[in-house]
Write a protein that binds this ligand. Structure first.
Ligand code: UD1
Ligand code: CA
Length: 464
């Protein structure tokens, strides 16, 4: 939009959260609160975006990777009016409108923001603010109106008289203000109120006193202007965001066996006819293909699954790729750098890390595969361990195609096994093995007949 600047307020501590983390860094749907607002604001293509930071400023700045915002430090959090005033220098000579947003109102939509800017311009107003009528207005600033229904002022909950607290129309904390007026007016506000803060809403009184137009616009869906001030509000909003995301995926052809326990973050995509069981968490940039089946109790972060992948009960997948038709679990842990080819089977109590595993290979039981490249159609027996770490460095293991690794084998890296190698049960492999070879450790097997009975006789009566 033309001539629009943005000021995003994110300096407050959020005392009511009772947290060492700044409030705006608490996550909703896996994304810090203020980033929801920032991303939405950026869709308006503003000429300048100022983010006011203060409490935990370095951490807040680290949470945003983009370089297209100006961080403005508000050293002491003296109130929302003071916070906006901190950006004055940045808007020197700017004659457009400033959209002021709060970092703790994460669900505000692009269309509402565009609507309020358009309304402001159509009204020729100096200030336009977004309002909502709430069933329970507690905690919000109340909109005071005269008999003609024109806004006269905003009173904060803590300063409100009992009758004013009955008012259900509230200030959503979203404002469009003509820049020259804004910074001049802010110089005129004071902190003579119950909280001893410089209130941004006090510019309403100043605008009216100067004979300017103060316009209001009611938000269509009050849910999008809800602010987060407490953990309970955060949990409630998380739930409603979850419902919104889940409805979207069900409408797109995904079965959620229990939508109440399907936790799908915003950045996730899921293919049609995938079935998702209870207590499944899909986080980050996870991508699930078509026709997959996730039995339940799964925790996926930045995982990419092809089509027809089956995740059996209880698996954790982090930063890994899984090709079509693979079967994983129950109780498997795929760690970063895992890449599974088509139809790979990873079974019970198997852990992988930096493991490239070729098509059709199976590791079904009790195995650790770390820093390893395995070919196709290989079978890794129960209890196989890649010994990749000597306490100082990590080393690689290479295993070829069609290899049979017998149960209880240890592969001491760095080591390479060629194609068609056969590792006998309980072998410790320390040297590279050529294609087609058998490897085993010499170990004599001795049998003593009748030994058990002799032992029992000898030990009789000695048990404590
Ligand atoms: C504010 C409004 C209230 C409105 C509500 C909507 C004021 C005085 N009141 O109340 O009318 O109904 O939002 O959600 O503005 N912040 C700073 N620096 C400060 C103080 C706050 O950056 O010195 C930031 C906070 O980090 C937060 C935002 O401003 O993101 C709002 O502050 P908060 O204390 O939550 O205001 P509310 O009491 O919710
Ligand atoms: Ca708030």
């Amino acid at each position: 939009m033309n001539d629009i600047g943005v000021i995003l307020l994110a300096a407050g501590q959020g005392t009511r959260m009772k947290s060492s983390l700044p409030k705006v860094l608490h996550c909703l749907g896996g994304t810090p609160l203020f980033l929801h607002v920032l991303q939405t604001a950026q869709r308006l293509a503003p000429s300048t975006v100022a983010v006011i930071v203060g409490h935990g400023a370095p951490a807040v700045q680290r949470a945003y990777a983009g370089g297209d915002v100006t961080w403005v430090l508000q050293e002491k959090q003296l109130g929302t009016g003071h916070a906006v005033l901190c950006a004055k220098g940045l808007f020197q000579g700017f004659t457009g409108d400033v959209l002021i947003l709060s970092g703790d109102v994460p669900l505000i939509t692009e269309s509402t923001l565009k609507g309020v800017v358009a309304h402001h311009r159509a009204q020729g107003a100096v200030i336009t603010l977004l309002t909502a009528s709430l069933e329970n207005p507690a905690g919000y600033g109340r909109i005071l109106r005269d008999s003609q229904k024109n806004i006269t002022s905003i009173v904060e909950e803590k300063d409100a008289a009992e009758v004013q607290k009955q008012i259900r129309e509230v200030n959503a904390g979203v404002y469009v203000v003509a820049a020259p007026f804004l910074f001049a007016a802010l110089a005129g506000i004071n902190n003579r109120n119950r909280q001893g803060e410089y209130y941004l809403p006090d510019i309403v009184d100043i605008g009216l006193r100067q004979g300017g137009t103060v316009a209001t616009m009611a938000v269509d869906d009050a849910r999008e202007m809800m602010g987060i001030n407490t953990r309970e509000e955060l949990a409630t909003m998380e739930k409603s965001l979850q419902e919104r995301i889940n409805r979207k995926w069900m409408a797109a052809g995904v079965t959620l066996k229990d939508p109440l326990t399907a936790y799908i973050e915003d950045g996730v995509t899921i293919g049609q006819d995938t079935v998702i069981g209870p207590n499944t968490h899909l986080c980050g940039a996870t991508v699930i293909g078509e026709g997959c089946r996730i039995d339940g109790s799964a925790y996926l972060t930045d995982a990419q699954l092809g089509d027809q992948v089956r995740l059996r009960f209880s698996v954790v997948l982090t930063s890994c790729r899984v090709d079509n038709g693979a079967i994983i679990g129950p109780f498997a842990h795929l760690r970063p750098g895992t890449a599974l080819g088509r139809n790979v089977h990873i079974g019970n109590f198997v852990e992988t890390k930096e493991a490239q595993i070729g098509a059709g290979t199976k590791a079904n039981h009790l195995t650790y595969l770390g820093d390893v490249a395995i070919g196709q159609e290989t079978n890794i027996g129960a209890g196989t361990i890649t010994c990749n770490y000597d306490g100082f460095h990590k080393y690689k293991t290479k295993i070829g195609d069609r290899v049979q690794v017998g149960s209880d084998s240890t592969l001491v890296a760095p080591v390479s096994l060629g194609d068609d190698v056969y590792v006998a049960t309980a072998t410790t492999v320390r040297h590279d093995i050529p294609d087609g070879a058998l490897v085993f450790n010499d170990r004599q097997e001795r049998v003593r007949e009748g030994w058990t009975e002799q032992k029992r006789v000898k030990m009789k009566g000695t048990k404590k």
